[in-house]
Design a protein around this ligand. Structure first.
Ligand code: HEC
Length: 135
């Protein structure tokens, strides 16, 4: 990694090495700062992009606020308090074969998560149930 050239003196190389490490430390610390800043604003961003995805893909059937239509209502407390995130995600990704609910297999993992965040935002006080996943 470190090749002393014919014309360079060892102390010059050390200088470069120290500079290199300082830059590494600087890069690492800015990267960490960036990640935590991104995490802090995560939730509102997720909900916003989830809302856009919902208006585009789901509102026609489930209503613009999840009140239902062709599709079942999704914004009811009873539904959200008994439904795990995993169930919502799987329903979106796989649909309901043989029923009207389509599979959204082209949505990315992040997009599906954002949709779930948005659906949850209708009833922010409801605690999301977590079920153990047995395979
Ligand atoms: C073409 C109409 C249609 C579209 C578009 C649609 N759905 Fe559905 N969805 C339905 C119907 C109908 C059901 C009821 C499925 C059944 O009969 O089991 C359903 C069921 C669901 C359920 C399960 C509800 C329950 O009680 O178990 C969820 C969650 C859901 N949809 C979310 C979504 C999301 C999120 C989108 C957008 C990415 C979406 N749906 C797009 C028609 C639709």
């Amino acid at each position: 990694m470190f090749y002393p050239g014919i014309h360079t003196k060892p102390e010059q190389n050390n200088g470069h090495l120290i500079l290199f490490f300082m830059m590494l430390v600087f890069a690492a610390s800015t990267a960490v700062g960036f990640v935590s800043a991104a995490q802090a604003s995560d939730t509102s961003h997720d909900i916003q992009s989830g809302q856009l995805l919902f208006q585009k893909n789901c509102a026609a059937c489930h209503g613009s606020e999840g009140g239902g239509g062709v599709g079942v209502p999704l914004n009811m407390s009873d539904f959200l308090s008994t439904t795990s995130d995993e169930y919502l995600k799987k329903t979106i990704q796989l649909g309901r074969p043989g029923r009207i609910m389509p599979a959204f297999s082209t949505l990315s993992e992040t997009q599906v998560n954002n949709l779930v965040h948005y659906i949850r935002s209708w009833k922010p006080k409801i605690k999301t149930p977590v079920y153990s996943q047995k395979k």
